[in-house]
Design a protein around this ligand. Structure first.
Ligand SMILES: *Cc1c(COP(=O)(O)O)cnc(C)c1O
Length: 350
C-alpha cells in the first residue's frame, strides 16, 4: 500500500482475470475464449491502407459499427452503445444507472466483476442467493432496489433463464434499470433484445469476445432504449471519446457480416460441449446444464483444487474459484474436439 493512494484506491478489490500464460502446446480452457480463429474476413481488413489510417482518430461514435449491429438485431442505431469490451460497457452502465440510494441486486454466484464495480463506484449492493440447484429465482428480486443485473446464461454456472421469466421480472420491476449480461447467449440462450422496445428500463449487454472469437479486439455493446444509450454516452464522453480503435471496429463489422462462419462456430461449440458434458458425467462429475461455451462441473471426489493442479501439469488450464458454494467446481471452457478429447483422456488417468 502506498501513502499516495487515495482512500478509494485503498479500498478497491480488483478483479483477477484468468491467466494468459505463454506455454507451448497449452490447452487453454480457463477464460472462455473461442478455440476458433476470427472470421477469415477479418484478416482481409489488415491492409497497408488500414494501417496507414491508424494515424487518424477513429469515429468517436462508431457509427458504422452501430449501424451494423442495429441492422443485425433489428433495432435503431440510437438504441446501440459500443465500448472497449463488455467489461467497459458494464462499468459505464454501473456508473450511469446504479449509483442509487436503494441497493443494486445481483446473484450471490455470478460474474465476479459486479462487486468490483460496486466498490469502485461506491454502489450499495445486495447479493441474492441462487437456489440450491444454482438457478436464479426472480421472486427474490421483488423488493425495492436501485437496479438489477445478472448474466443470462449465468456465469460461472452456465445455466440460463427462459425469456418469459425475464419478461415477468420486467413487468414487476419498472422503476430501476435491469441489465441482462448476455456474454454467453449465443450458445443456446434466448436474447432479451426483442424486449427493449417494450421495457424502457431494460439494457442488454453483449460481447464479441466469446461467440465471435474477438476477445483480443476488446469489443462489447449494449442495446436498450435511446434514453439509456444517451446516459451511457454522457459517461463515456466524460471518460474516453474513442473506446474502440479503427481495427477493432472494422473487425467487428466483418464478424457480424460473416454470419455463416459465426453460425458454424457456435454450432460446433455446442456439439462439443454436449459431448464433453456427457464424458464428464461418465467420469462421475456432476455437470450443471450448460447453455454457454463452458461447463461448470464438480468432480466426484471433491478434489477440484488437486485436479486443477494435475491438469496444469499436463498443460491443460481450467478455472477454479475459491469462493463459497462453488469451490468444489471446475469451470471448463469448451475448446476444439481434439482439446476436449485430450482433457477427458487426461482426466481418466487421474
Ligand atoms: C467474459 C464476460 C464479460 C466480459 O467480456 P469482454 O471480454 O469484456 O467483452 C462480461 N460478462 C460476463 C458474464 C462474462 O463472462
Amino acid at each position: 500500500m502506498s501513502t499516495f493512494w487515495s482512500q478509494v484506491v485503498r479500498e478497491l478489490e480488483p478483479y483477477v482475470p484468468g491467466e494468459q500464460p505463454q506455454i507451448d502446446g497449452l490447452i487453454k480452457l480457463n477464460t472462455n475464449e473461442s478455440p476458433y480463429p476470427p472470421s477469415p474476413e477479418v484478416l482481409k481488413l489488415m491492409t497497408q491502407d488500414a494501417i496507414e489510417r491508424l494515424r487518424l482518430y477513429p469515429d468517436p461514435n462508431s457509427k458504422k459499427l452501430k449501424t451494423t449491429i442495429a441492422n443485425y438485431y433489428g433495432v435503431t442505431t440510437e438504441q446501440v452503445f459500443v465500448g472497449n469490451g463488455s467489461d467497459e460497457v458494464l462499468a459505464l452502465a454501473f456508473m450511469a444507472f446504479f449509483q442509487q440510494s436503494q441497493p443494486l441486486l445481483f446473484p450471490d454466484i455470478s460474474y465476479s466483476f459486479y462487486p468490483v464495480y460496486c466498490k469502485l463506484f461506491g454502489i450499495n449492493a445486495q447479493q441474492i442467493p441462487l437456489l440450491d440447484d444454482f438457478t436464479i429465482d426472480f421472486a427474490h428480486y421483488a423488493k425495492p432496489n436501485g437496479g438489477i443485473i445478472f448474466p443470462n446464461p449465468n456465469a460461472p454456472t452456465a445455466i440460463g433463464k427462459p425469456l418469459t421469466d425475464i419478461e415477468t421480472l420486467l413487468q414487476k420491476n419498472t422503476q430501476s434499470v435491469v441489465i441482462v449480461d448476455e456474454a454467453y447467449v449465443d450458445f443456446g440462450g434466448e436474447t432479451a433484445i426483442g424486449l427493449v422496445n417494450k421495457y424502457p428500463n431494460l439494457l442488454v449487454v453483449q460481447t464479441l469476445s466469446k461467440s465471435r472469437s474477438l476477445a483480443g479486439a476488446r469489443v462489447g455493446f449494449a442495446i436498450g432504449n435511446s434514453d439509456l444509450i444517451i446516459g451511457l454516452d454522457r459517461v463515456k464522453n466524460s471518460f474516453n471519446s474513442y473506446p474502440l480503435d479503427r481495427l477493432a471496429e472494422a473487425a467487428t463489422i466483418a464478424a457480424f457480416e460473416d454470419d455463416s462462419y459465426f453460425q458454424t462456430c457456435r454450432a460446433k461449440i455446442i456439439t462439443t460441449r454436449d459431448w464433453t458434458a456427457k464424458e464428464l458425467a461418465a467420469l462421475g462429475f456432476s455437470v450443471l446444464p450448460s447453455q454457454a461455451n463452458f461447463v461448470f462441473a464438480k468432480p466426484a471426489n471433491n478434489n477440484a483444487v488437486e485436479i486443477t493442479q494435475k491438469l496444469r501439469e499436463h498443460k491443460i488450464l481450467v478455472r477454479h474459484f475459491n469462493a463459497p458454494r462453488i469451490n468444489e467446481f471446475l469451470r471448463i471452457t469448451i475448446g476444439t474436439d481434439a482439446q476436449m478429447q485430450q482433457l477427458i483422456s487426461v482426466l481418466k488417468t487421474l
